[in-house]
Structure formats: structure tokens, C-alpha cells
Write a protein that binds this ligand. Structure first.
Ligand code: ARG
Length: 465
């Protein structure tokens, strides 16, 4: 019979059984479910709600069930619907009717909320540490390439000379904010919902603070209806995860472009690429493409979660069971993507000569030519026009700015002196951008140092969690 079978005169329809059951996916929460139940049973015994001996029998039974699940001998049953009732049913099977005291003063509504909060706290922490790993790889590679010239782009047109290290640090700082978003989200997941009961609290003299302390929660939900009716902490995590995946997806797009023969800026290690079943010469960037592709799925999960919640009256509705597959998919996707990225970045071959060569035949130094005149006192807008005309002249005459003679420069403007030929060398253009956060090697090294300090602070935050 069902744990809730008392008021039913008929068996559940087989298709309903299948449709209603969540055990296929929520068995992932078994450890949190058991640890949460153990904390609950300890508390109701301490409060004199059940006998200490009964509590001990239940606690040991739960410990045995944990071992059975981890040994792979536990038989999950869709008839018992979800992880909570699978475990409770097995407990009663093992220890007898006393097992039925476990659910005193509790509902599956606050139980599932507790399990998910506990699970997410662990997972957010794991994801944050994977973000840190990738930040470490990016900053180490960046440090090696603060002098490696590369075209910087806007509109995917060569714009100004930068270094590869400078470009990599852009991703480092995007990930820094992603990590901070995870910290914020963790703070709002660190709330203990148990004790809300089905929705209204309970008439038993429970001690919610004790459960929170036992399970390492920072605070309690202060409204029982709120505690069982929201999944906003999941929405927040899915939003943070979507932003993170959006960043990885942009990096993927760049790595794919950079790996093409047309760019030839990097080559990924063979271990991170795949071949073609028909074209023997191919080496494809499938990992980067899949990260880019899976980003769509993660956005979809966020949208699905928001849409599931938007019309629900308070408090619990079965619709909310749909949160788990969304959450699990995102956690799996984001963790594997971050792990692969750390390995891919650590083993990536940087083709510095190709990057530098890309700067040879273009006008990425045009801004510097204009700035030269600005420094002589000519208003920037006029300088812009003068250099624009010079670029047009060069294009029409198949020349580069560095090909023009000093005499030609003097013809363009009497303000030009001999040093203009040095100023417009691309390496000097990159080195001149010493402004805070700019492309010059010392500015990038400063940003790497700053970044390392931020990583230390992040580590301190998580070490106390
Ligand atoms: N499996 C359910 C879920 O994930 C657990 C809570 C069920 N509560 C209920 N009243 N049916 O949401």
C-alpha cells in the first residue's frame, strides 16, 4: 500500500504512477534526504516529541539505508514515487512501525525543500571551485603572453593592437564576476526550510534552530508558506549559470575562430579535438562547439524554471517537482564544461607568430597616429579626419602607415616629426596603452596581480562555508 493510501479505495492507474513518479531523477538527493531526516529525528527526540530509543532505531536504520544505496543494493520503486517515500518505506520495512515516527511534524513539502537547499549548497561550492581552477589557468597563460602581440577586434574587424594575455584576462574577470554571483546565490540558498510542514508550520514543539545548526545552515526561512512555495534560489543559480555559460560560449566561439586556418592563432591539444569520419585531414573543435551548443540548453532550463513558477498559487504545487531535472542538467553541464575548459586552456598551443603576422598588413595603429597629433594640440576630431584620409590614400596605393616616409608624413601635417615612425609600430602602440586596465604589459601584469588577490578572497569566502 502507498504511504498515503488510507483515503484511497482504488489503485493508482499505471500511467499515472509513471507520470507522477520522480524517483528516476530525485534519487540523486538520497544523501541529503537521509542526513536531513537524521537531523530532524534527533531534534524531535531532543524536544521529547518521540522517544530517544525510537530515534536511535530510526537513525541507525537510515544509516543502513545510506549504505545500501551507496553499495547499489537498494531497490528504487516508482510505486513509492520519490526519494523521500522510497527511503521512508524501506525504513519501515527494516525497523518496523517505529520507522513511521520519522515523518512526525514534517511534510514532503518542507523535506524536498530542505534536500534541495542542502544539495545546492554543495554543488554551488563545487562549481565555484571549478571557476577558480579555470581562472587560475587563464591568469597563468595570460602572464606568459603579456608581450604576445595580437589584433584586438571590434565588429570582428581588426581594431587596435593588444596582447594575447590582455585578451585572456578579459575572460578571467568575467569569470570573477560569475564566481561572485555564485557567492551571492549561495547566501540565499543558505536558509533552512524544514519546520514549515506542508505550509503552515506545526503544532509540535520543534526546534528549527537546532536543525539549522545540525545541518550547517546560516539562517531560517521566517515564513512557512514562503519556505515551501519558492524556488527562487534555483532560479538565481540557473541565471548565474546561464551567465557563466554565456561567457564560456563566447570563449568557445573565439577558440573555434582562432583554430581555423584563416586565423591560425591557436591550436588545441589533440586530446581536446575530434576527427571527421570522411575527411581524413580534419581536426575539429568539438568540445568548444558543444559548450557553445549546450549553452542554449542551459538558457532553456532557466526559462523553463521561471515559466513553471510564474502562475503558481502559494504554497506547494506538484509543478514544482519539475525543478529537479532543470537543476541537475545545468549542474552537470556547467561542471563538465568548466573542467574541460581548464584542461583545454592548460594545453592550448599559442601561435604567437601568426597573431603578430595578422597585425602586419592592417591599420590597427591608426588610432595611435591620430593620438600623436592630438598630443601636438590638434583637436581629436580633426586628427581623426586627417588619419582617415591617410588610410584611404594608403589603401588606394597599396601601402601601410609604416611604409610612408617622414617627408610624406610632413606633407600630411607639419606637426609630424621623426618619432612618428616609432610611435606607429604595433608593439609600441600596445605598450603605450598603460592606462589602468589597458593593454600595456605592465597594466596587464597589474591586473593579473589584482586578480590573484581576488582569487584569494574567493578562497577565504568558501573556506568558511
Ligand atoms: N517529489 C516531490 C517534489 O519533488 C516531493 C514533494 C511532494 N509533495 C507533495 N505534496 N506531493 O516536489
Amino acid at each position: 500500500m502507498k504511504l498515503w493510501g488510507g483515503r484511497f479505495a482504488k489503485e493508482t492507474d499505471a500511467l499515472v504512477e509513471k507520470f507522477n513518479s520522480s524517483i528516476g531523477f530525485d534519487k540523486r538527493l538520497y544523501k541529503q534526504d537521509i542526513r536531513g531526516s537524521q537531523a530532524h529525528v534527533k531534534m524531535i527526540a531532543a524536544q521529547g516529541i518521540i522517544d530517544l530509543q525510537d530515534a536511535q532505531v530510526i537513525d541507525e536504520g537510515l544509516e543502513d539505508i545510506l549504505a545500501e544505496i551507496e553499495a547499489g543494493t537498494f531497490v528504487f520503486d516508482i510505486k513509492a514515487e520519490d526519494i523521500h517515500m522510497n527511503i521512508e518505506k524501506r525504513l519501515i520495512e527494516k525497523v518496523g512501525p517505529v520507522g513511521g515516527k520519522l515523518h512526525t511534524g514534517r511534510s514532503r513539502n518542507d523535506q524536498v525543500a530542505l534536500d534541495t537547499h542542502m544539495y545546492m549548497k554543495e554543488e554551488i561550492k563545487d562549481v565555484a571551485s571549478l571557476v577558480l581552477d579555470l581562472q587560475k589557468e587563464l591568469s597563468e597563460l595570460a602572464e606568459m603572453h603579456v608581450e604576445t602581440l595580437m589584433p584586438g577586434y571590434t565588429h570582428l574587424q581588426r581594431a587596435q593592437p593588444i596582447s594575447f594575455g590582455h585578451h585572456l584576462m578579459a575572460y578571467f574577470y568575467k569569470l570573477q564576476r560569475d564566481g561572485e554571483r555564485l557567492q551571492d546565490c549561495f547566501k540565499r540558498t543558505d536558509l533552512m526550510p524544514l519546520g514549515a510542514g506542508a505550509l503552515a508550520g506545526t503544532s509540535f514543539p520543534i526546534d528549527r534552530e537546532m536543525v539549522a545548526k545540525e545541518l550547517g545552515f546560516a539562517a531560517l526561512y521566517e515564513n512557512s508558506i514562503d519556505a515551501v512555495s519558492d524556488r527562487d534560489y534555483i532560479v538565481e543559480f540557473l541565471a548565474a549559470a546561464s551567465t557563466l555559460m554565456m561567457h564560456l560560449s563566447r570563449l568557445s566561439e573565439e577558440i573555434i575562430l582562432w583554430s581555423s586556418a584563416e586565423f591560425g592563432f591557436v591550436e588545441l591539444d589533440d586530446a581536446y579535438c575530434t576527427g571527421s569520419s570522411i575527411m581524413p585531414q580534419k581536426k575539429n573543435q568539438d568540445v568548444a562547439e558543444l559548450v557553445r551548443g549546450k549553452t542554449g540548453g542551459v538558457f532553456g532550463d532557466l526559462m523553463a524554471m521561471l515559466t513553471t513558477l510564474k502562475g503558481l498559487p502559494l504554497a506547494y504545487n506538484k509543478d514544482m517537482q519539475e525543478d529537479k531535472e532543470r537543476l541537475f542538467n545545468v549542474i552537470d553541464t556547467i561542471k563538465i564544461s568548466l573542467k574541460l575548459y581548464s584542461g583545454m586552456i592548460a594545453t592550448m598551443n599559442v601561435k604567437a607568430d601568426h597573431m603578430a603576422a595578422a597585425l602586419e598588413n592592417d591599420f590597427s595603429n591608426a588610432t595611435d597616429m591620430a593620438d600623436y597629433l592630438v598630443k601636438k594640440g590638434i583637436p581629436f576630431r580633426e586628427c581623426h579626419a586627417i588619419v582617415g584620409k591617410t588610410v584611404l590614400y594608403c589603401i588606394q596605393n597599396d601601402k601601410r602607415l609604416v611604409d610612408l616616409s617622414l617627408a610624406e608624413y610632413k606633407d600630411i601635417s607639419s606637426e609630424f616629426a621623426e618619432d612618428i615612425l616609432e610611435v606607429i609600430k604595433v608593439r609600441n602602440c600596445m605598450k603605450a596603452r598603460k592606462s589602468r586596465g589597458g593593454a600595456a604589459p605592465e597594466a596587464v601584469l597589474f591586473s593579473i596581480e589584482k586578480g590573484r588577490g581576488m582569487m584569494k578572497e574567493t578562497e577565504v569566502f568558501w573556506s568558511s562555508k
